[in-house]
Design a protein around this ligand. Sequence first.
Ligand SMILES: [Mn+2]
Length: 364
Amino acid sequence: MPTTTEATPGASLSVAVSREPSQSLKTILSSHKGERHVIAIRGYPDPDSIGSAMAHGFICREFEIDTTILYFDDISHHENRALVKKLAIDMTRYSEDFELNGYDRLAIVDAQMVEMPSDFKRLPVVSIVDHHKVQGEFDAEFVDVREDAGSTSSIYAEYLEHNLAAMNKDSPEAGKLASALLFGIRSDTDDYLLARELDYRAAAFLAQYADHDLLQAISKQSISPRTMEITQRAYANKVIADTHVLAGVGYVRDEDRDSIGQAADYLLRREGIDTVICYGIVNNQFVDGSMRTTSNVVDPDRFLKELFGADPHGIAYGGGRADKGAFKIPLGPFASCGDRDLLWRMVQRTIEDLFFNKIGINRE
Ligand SMILES: [Mn+2]
């Protein structure tokens, strides 16, 4: 009996889906057969951008296009490092001496901002696929930006569903890719809380290929000792005011930045708390923080913009969306303060003063 793993699974999920983007990507990639492309991940690599980059490479292989996944910022989150390691994803960290010669084109995935280092300007952009409104000037052969998608991984899953590259249940490669994309969708939609129709359809399609043991192994990744330590510092230093928690964690290395957000997530689970701000001095250069809220009245974007204001160019130090936000304030020359404890106390005192002032609570 012939097996038909490529026979439009997911077709039973009724909604009419345009094949147009998949078709035009197919046409464009067909015209670049034999070329070498860079797939660029801009910003800190996260599961969505990593999964999307893998998918783009997987599809390119079908068109005999050789690809290199290039990333520019350290993989900061422990879970993301686990993802790359467990799936043995072949990714290259960009450095000044990266040999750009021999590459014909550039593909950008899940980037939000598409600015590239200047030496990349000579590479024509073959595609931009994203679910954020894309910022910056760009000129690409293929653009598929869907703001109604919860993740870029969902868009790539749709290309796969439309057979741009053969998915095969017996192929470990397909299994790895489906797992990475599922992880990307889950992570960008906050565990499907923010998922839209496209994301559910993508997940239903991918689930049949995914390696579920692998997926579980990635998501059950233990919390790193650094994150645990930073969370513990946040817990020890927390100041509670009404339903708010403010927690300074002191000095944090750049690669542990994500632990601040994880600590905030943790504190938010405390009974009676609905809003958390967790912050530290990151890389000895920035006061960097994360905000989390489950409150119906607190808007993190507005809250942080009002709390910290903007730099002289009018760029706000903080911002966010419905349930989370972040801020980053450069210490500038104050970073050189010879007394680290004093500098930290000054930062802590300033943030606490601003915060208590804002929520109208006297701190003593
Ligand atoms: Mn994304």
